[in-house]
Structures are given as structure tokens and as C-alpha cells.
Write a protein that binds this ligand. Sequence first.
Ligand SMILES: Nc1ncnc2c1ncn2[C@@H]1O[C@H](COP(=O)(O)OP(=O)(O)OP(=O)(O)O)[C@@H](O)[C@H]1O
Ligand SMILES: [Mg+2]
Length: 634
Amino acid sequence: MQPAAPSEIPFSIEPSVRRARLWGYFVRYKGLFFAGAVFLFLTNMLALAIPAYLGQAIQLMRDAAGASGEGFSAVRSQVVHAAVVIIFLAIASGFCRIFSRTTIFNAGRHIEFDIRNEVYARLAKLDPRFYARMSTGDVTSRVTNDVTYVRLLYAIAFLHIINAAIAYTIAIQKMVALDWALTLWCLASYPLLLLGVRYVIRALFNQTKVVQAQLSAMSTRVQENLAGVNVVKSYVLEGREIAGFARANEDYYHKNMVLARIRGMLDSLVVMMATVGTLVVLLIGSRKVIENTMTLGQFVEFNAYVVAIAFPTIAMGWVFSVWHRGLAGFERVCEILYHEPDIKQADDARTLPPIDGELARGHVRFENVQFGYTDKRVLHDINIDIPAGSTVAFVGRTGSGKSTLVKLIARFYDPNEGQITIDGVPLPKLALRETRSQIGFVPQEPFLFSMTIGQNVRFGLDALEFDDSVAREAPTRALLPGGEPDDGRPLTQDERIVQAITVAGLGLDIDSFPQGLETLVGERGVTLSGGQKQRVTIARALLVDPRILILDDALSSVDTQTESIILDHLDHLMKGRTSILLTHRFNALARVDCIYVLDEGRVVESGTHWDLIEQGGVYAAMLERQKLREQLES
Ligand SMILES: Nc1ncnc2c1ncn2[C@@H]1O[C@H](COP(=O)(O)OP(=O)(O)OP(=O)(O)O)[C@@H](O)[C@H]1O
Ligand SMILES: [Mg+2]
């Protein structure tokens, strides 16, 4: 496998829009942030009251040097008193510090939770075109790492910025009160250093994005290798894959090292800012003490303030990197959050006419449909009328456009030109979820979730039962002839699941599993055979009682006898509804009402099996070839 191509998301979101959204989350939890800020204020008020007591105690001791008797004990008790106050202040400020952190981190967690839900909700709405552009690893990395970086942006950045602002305000005020000139000296180097910090930060931001993209590429690689582990093993490519991963990892390491160097530079700049103050106090302050323009107590107190603001200053270095990682992460998260689905529902969307009585439903019409995934057309001039209640089949060479055609019916994509109607209503005028819930789509590649077989089968029902935005009720119709309960009560969904399984020809297989329907199928259904997987997905589609059933080569892994039995069941079940079969096998085709032969995206022939044989065209030739092949193989 080649290293994953970077995602091409063809748009960027205005920084102002992103800023507004970030601000929105902040406002949503303003109560918690405010409480956190109050605790930070208390923390600093209490902690910065300590230096005065410390200075006082030192000065008392200095003044009392050599004292004895009463003088000694008086000074001693004053010093002890100062020590008790200092301990009390330290403990109280410690508690406030804990509260400030828990409140602010809590707000960060809430925001992370909200963003993750919003991203997931958007991902569920996005359509195949989006997923063709953004790899799963990239999406995963954005939902996990990048959202976490956004949380840190709120938690760490807010905490330390507010903390530094409060600490500076209080400490500088006290320092100025002690000696304004010394204060100015201490802070003089800051503007110059800040200028340096700005340059380093720009480099940090760019490199952070590079590292985050590389991490996404690696996640994609791991994810693909795990999903395709059998392919890798069967082609004995473990060695190459391991070496490839090691290269990507090494690349990641080097990119991270560059980032670490930039961060290191930033940290040193910030530490310089913090220590320059102490140096200035020593150089200039000590002279003042010797010259007697400053007492020793004041010197100690002043120095304690300088030390106290050193930590908030150093923490700012961390804030800068968290800030930029968070912003870069949020930009990547926004590329999902603001991605508009291609398939949209009209504001005045309507539902399909209900199925009642004997009236057949599921009339599908293609009118002059043209379609291409890209600029290249895949379907040309499709004009098909599939009457309600009929069974039709699409055949044609691989790549002729069969799957594409039925994906348009389920509205995974919209045609570039022309329109498709179901029961007389053009697809864009129909409520999307309602419409899809009326289509039983069994895709060419069966997909099972790592749940039990029963849960996999009832998957489509969950929307009808629990989602209020889907107006259609969960159906109660029996799936087998005479399947209704004798006492006239409606069928339970569990009973319907058993019937769906029988219709899909899976009954015997389920009986052979140790836990029947409760059997877990492993990730993507790895513990089932190909044919079993296909039939679970058929049962899933049948359970929602669709008016249009689409089987995209869904019986390809089933033997011809089982195929016949399933199709017999379906004939009964789909009476008055439409069935569309896509197949490479000709066994089932004698029974369908109309066969469409596709070639390079065009319908080149249509008619019944016998009509087409008589025509002696493409279909007849394909049938001959298949017969010949079967003879050769037998
Ligand atoms: N997601 C996609 N993006 C771009 N091109 C696609 C995509 N899916 C299919 N195609 C292209 O569209 C054409 C028709 O593909 P389609 O899957 O409809 O063929 P098919 O008739 O179902 O083939 P098969 O019998 O092998 O299932 C092919 O040329 C294919 O390469
Ligand atoms: Mg196909």
C-alpha cells in the first residue's frame, strides 16, 4: 500500500467564522470559566500575600540580631506568628488552586464532549463523495487527537492566561509599591523577548500542522493494514509494510523533532524572561540593600514576587504551543464541521404516498439521466421505467455502471442531468431519510457491524422505532406466507426477525451457531462466511418492509439452489413492491419481468429473458459465454 494521500478538502473556512465558533463554546460554559477565574484570583491573592509576611519576618530577625531575653521571645513569637499565617495562606491558596483547575478543566471536557458529538453528527450526514476524499484514518485522527487539542486550548490556555494576568497585576502592583524603578528594570527585557517569541510561534504553528497531518497519514496506514491484514499476509508483504510504516514513523519522528526544537527555543526564551527578573533583582537590589536604600526584608519580599511570577511566565510558553496546536486542530475539525453534504433535502420535502390495499408501489423512473462521479460520465441517457410491483434485473460487464445506477435510486448521489422519480415524485422533493427507509438496499459488499447477528438484522428498524424525524412506523407485516399469529395480535419484531432470516435462507445457518441470533459476528462480520454475510444483509433489508428492494449482486456467494429458494420467498414477499436485481449470473433471469443490459453506462438492450435470447444481441452472447464457461468448469 502506498502512503495515504493527504485529504483534499477543497475549501477553507473563514478564520472569523472559526473564531466565532470557538467563542460560542466559551460563552456556552461561561459560568464554569467565570468560577475558575474567581478561584484563580483567590489563589493568587492568597499566594501573593505570603512574600510580605516573609519579608516582615526576615526584617524582624535582621533587626533583632543579637537580642536576648524578652526582646528575643517577642521577636520569636512574631516570627512564629508570621510563619503560621504563611502556612495558612499556602494551604488556602492550594485549595483554591485545585478548585480553579477542576472547574476550568471541567469546562474543557464539556466543550470536547460537545465538539465530538457535533463532528460525529456531521460525519453521519456526509455522503460517499466526502468519504472518497477524506480517508478514515484522517477522519479518526481529527475526531480524536484534534478535538483533544481543542480541549487543551480552552483548559490550559484559559487557565494560564488568566492566571498570568492576575498574578502579574497583583505582583507588579506590590512590586511598584516597594520600588518602582527596580520593577521597571525587571520588566525591561520583556518587550524584546516577546518579539522573539512571536517569530518562534509562527514557526511552531506551521510545524504543528505538518506533524498533525503526518499523524493522520500514519493512522490511515495502520487502519488500512489492519483492515486488509489477510491481503497483506497472503501477498507476503508484511516485511514491506513494516518497512513502509517504519519509514513513515521515522518521518513523523523527524518532523516531531523539528517541532520539539522549536518548542525548546520557545521554552528557553520564556525561561529567560522569567530568570532575567531574578538576575536584575540580585544586581540592582543587592546594591540598594548595601547602600541602605532598601531593607533586607523588602529585598526578600521583592524577590519573592519576582519568583512568584516566574511560573506563570514559564507556563506561557506552554500556552503558546497548546494555543497553536489547538487552533490548528480546530481548523482541521472545522473542515468536517462545515462540510456541506452534497445531497440535501428540500425545505418542502414530502413523503411517499402510503402503501395501502392492493395498489402496487415502488414505481421507479429514470428520465434522461446522465451521471459521473467526476467529470468522466459513467451513465449516459438512461431512460428506464420500472413499473410498481415488478421485478427487474440489470446485467452487464463489470464496470458497466450497474451499481452506480441503483445508488442513484437510493440517492447516494444526484444525477448531473435528468431526474429520477419514485411513485411519481422526483427524488429531490422527497424527505431523504423517509425515502431511504423505503428502500431496502443490499450493497455489493456486505457490511456487518461488530454486534450480534440479531442486532445486525434489526439495524434498519432502529431508525423507524426510535428516530422521531422518520415519520414511518416500524412495520408489522408478516414476511412469510401465513406468518401472522393465530390470535390476531400484531407480530413482534423478534418474530419478524426470525421470519426475515428464514426468507433470506439463513435459518439453518443460525441454528448451527452456538448462540443463534445472539452470536457475535466479530469486526465487520469476520466470523461469517461470505454467503452468510450476504444473507444477513438481505434479512436486514427485508425487515424494514421496503417498497423497493435492491440486491446488488447480493446472491453472488450463495449456491444456485439456495438462490432459487430465496428468490421464491422474495416473489411472495415483494408482491406489490418492486425488486431490482443486479447480477452476473443468468440462472435467476428467466423469472424476472424485464432485463436491462448495460454497456459502458448505456442501456443497450431490454426485454424478458426469452425476448433477449431471440434478439441474439449482447445478452444472448453473454449467456452463451457463461454456458460455455460452466461446461468447461464442470
Ligand atoms: N466512487 C467512485 N468514484 C469514482 N468512480 C467510480 C466510483 N465507483 C465506481 N466508479 C466507476 O464507475 C464505473 C461504473 O462502476 P459500477 O460500480 O457502477 O460498475 P458495476 O457495473 O456495478 O460493476 P461490477 O459488475 O463490477 O459490480 C466504473 O468505471 C468505476 O470505475
Ligand atoms: Mg457493481
